[in-house]
Design a protein around this ligand. Structure first.
Ligand SMILES: NC(=O)c1ccc[n+]([C@@H]2O[C@H](COP(=O)([O-])OP(=O)(O)OC[C@H]3O[C@@H](n4cnc5c(N)ncnc54)[C@H](O)[C@@H]3O)[C@@H](O)[C@H]2O)c1
Ligand SMILES: CC(C)CCC[C@@H](C)[C@H]1CC[C@H]2[C@@H]3[C@H](O)C=C4C[C@@H](O)CC[C@]4(C)[C@H]3CC[C@]12C
Length: 438
């Protein structure tokens, strides 16, 4: 059903919880926080001595060992990472994950068109956090941010399947922006580049062919007309082709691309929009897509973790991983787009009406086409950008799921968050978001 991105009402979610926003509670399950690790480093001599009694034979040995420890940790904390788009939905999770899970970080640069106020809280930690307000379409701004970085994680992009931006702008940000990042790496001598691609570089294609639990090698006719997937596909191609180019200093550039399916989790704007739409409809959503159509989803924390891991391992296994693509996956269940959303919206008091679509598909297509026409007609006056348009309908109505273990085989990836945890975190975020809005 057409859903507009606007408006805001309180809802049943918020009545249940009165907790802090998700940003304040961000942590990783079963793992020491980076700050704790840093604190642990300060006490290494004691903890280490318990484990290695031979080393405490004399005070002199202890002193030597301490010095060695300090040298090791100075050596270890030497890397400079740059995250483009670091203030976006995914980018913020990547930034926070790096701070928690990358002990070799010395400096983390966050480059974004719009910097978030939450960055301030990160500046008090042991890693130097440098916020850079900049535009990936401006080559000189990108080059200045990249200079001296060891690794670039390029997540910045214009994610627009609703017709908010022009095809030219989407191309400019996603393709030219990526070219600028690649050239900046080459010119300044940065050797490792991770690109956030998308499942959409593969499909669903314009013919609506299903991709049922496929992997990176599954044959599929990837044909696009929409500006967003076309731009992502071109940018991914550029990144992969750049693998092996000599960067300043003569070393080879090592690149790879991660292809998330539909990401969900804390900060997911579309989930928020659908939630408020449901509230406006009296706590109901009306089924539009058959439950049998599977749509791939992956939790944002696991996508962020994959970025951290791939960036780390790319430095260890450039021959294996350079020029490769990896789907992002975890244990999220295979469901239709709407049924999956109900995993979070249900506990927030929303109901999905109907076991089958309430409207025939041809009527939905007609509505989608009408929306597209209205968008075009109204463009000189206002931006009409509902969720339902011919492209989003095709996306939601075409089976596209992945089943692969390539990331596990190549760089030891295992999801950091179980499905239960991903679900709980997402629900808590929705509840907190709603209570803070009231
Ligand atoms: N959200 C998903 O479901 C999904 C799925 C697959 C892939 N992706 C990809 O993941 C990446 C991040 O997506 P997201 O969902 O977090 O989107 P987002 O819009 O929340 O984040 C994108 C970030 O890029 C920044 N940005 C946009 N234009 C820029 C420019 N010209 N210069 C500098 N920064 C700019 C934005 O300010 C924003 O902070 C994108 O590349 C997207 O294509 C997203
Ligand atoms: C037809 C209506 C009932 C529902 C409309 C849902 C629609 C807005 C959803 C369905 C699928 C969603 C996309 C999908 O999860 C994957 C991606 C890839 C990513 O690169 C960007 C986001 C995107 C396009 C999702 C956008 C919202 C979509 C189209």
């Amino acid at each position: 059903m057409p859903v507009e991105h606007s408006g805001h009402q309180g809802g049943p979610c918020g009545k249940r919880v009165g907790e802090e926003g998700w940003r304040l509670g961000w942590s990783v399950p079963g793992m020491a926080r980076r700050e704790e690790q840093a604190e642990g480093d300060n006490h290494l001599s004691l903890a280490g001595n318990e484990r290695r009694p031979a080393l405490v034979a004399s005070l002199g040995t202890l002193g030597l060992w301490l010095q060695q420890d300090m040298a090791d940790s100075a050596q270890a904390q030497k890397l400079v990472y740059l995250v483009t788009g670091g203030c976006g939905f995914l980018g913020e999770h990547v930034v926070r994950m790096l701070l928690q899970q990358e002990p070799r970080l010395r400096e983390l640069r966050i480059f974004d068109l719009h910097l978030g106020p939450w960055l301030e809280e990160l500046k008090t930690g042991p890693v130097q956090v440098t916020a850079i307000q900049g535009d990936v379409t401006q080559a000189h701004e990108v080059a200045a941010a990249v200079a001296g970085a060891h690794v670039v994680i390029h997540t910045a992009g214009l994610v627009d399947v609703f017709g908010k931006a022009s095809p030219e702008t989407i191309h400019e940000v996603n393709v030219q922006g990526t070219k600028n990042v690649i050239e900046a790496c080459v010119q300044t001598g940065t050797q490792f580049l991770v690109y956030t691609s998308s499942m959409e570089v593969v499909g669903p294609n314009i013919k609506g062919h299903p991709f049922y639990r496929g992997n990176e090698d599954t044959p599929y006719e990837a044909v696009h007309r929409h500006p967003y997937p076309s731009s992502k596909a071109r940018a991914e191609q550029l990144v992969l082709e750049a693998n092996g180019r000599k960067v300043r200093g003569g070393l080879p550039l090592v690149t790879c691309a991660l292809r998330p399916t539909g990401i969900y989790g804390e900060g997911h704007q579309i989930m928020r929009d659908i939630y408020y739409q449901g509230l406006r409809l009296g706590g109901r959503l009306f089924r539009a897509i058959p439950a049998s159509v599977e749509h791939g989803r992956v939790y944002v924390g696991n996508v962020a973790w994959m970025h951290v891991l791939v960036a780390r391992e790319l430095q260890q296994r450039p021959a294996l991983m350079g020029g490769q693509v990896y789907f992002c996956y975890d244990k999220s269940p295979y469901k239709s787009y709407e049924d999956f959303n109900m995993e979070f919206l249900g506990p927030c008091g929303l109901r999905l009406v109907g076991t089958r679509p309430l409207l025939p598909y041809w009527l939905l297509m007609l509505l989608a086409a009408l929306n597209a026409l209205l968008q075009w007609l109204l463009r000189p006056l206002l931006l009409y950008a509902p969720l339902l348009n011919p492209y989003t309908l095709a996306m939601a109505n075409t089976t596209f799921t992945v089943s692969t273990n390539k990331a596990q085989r190549h760089f030891g990836y295992e999801p950091l968050f179980s499905w239960e945890e991903s679900r709980t975190r997402t629900i808590r975020w929705m509840q907190a978001m709603d209570s803070s809005a009231q």
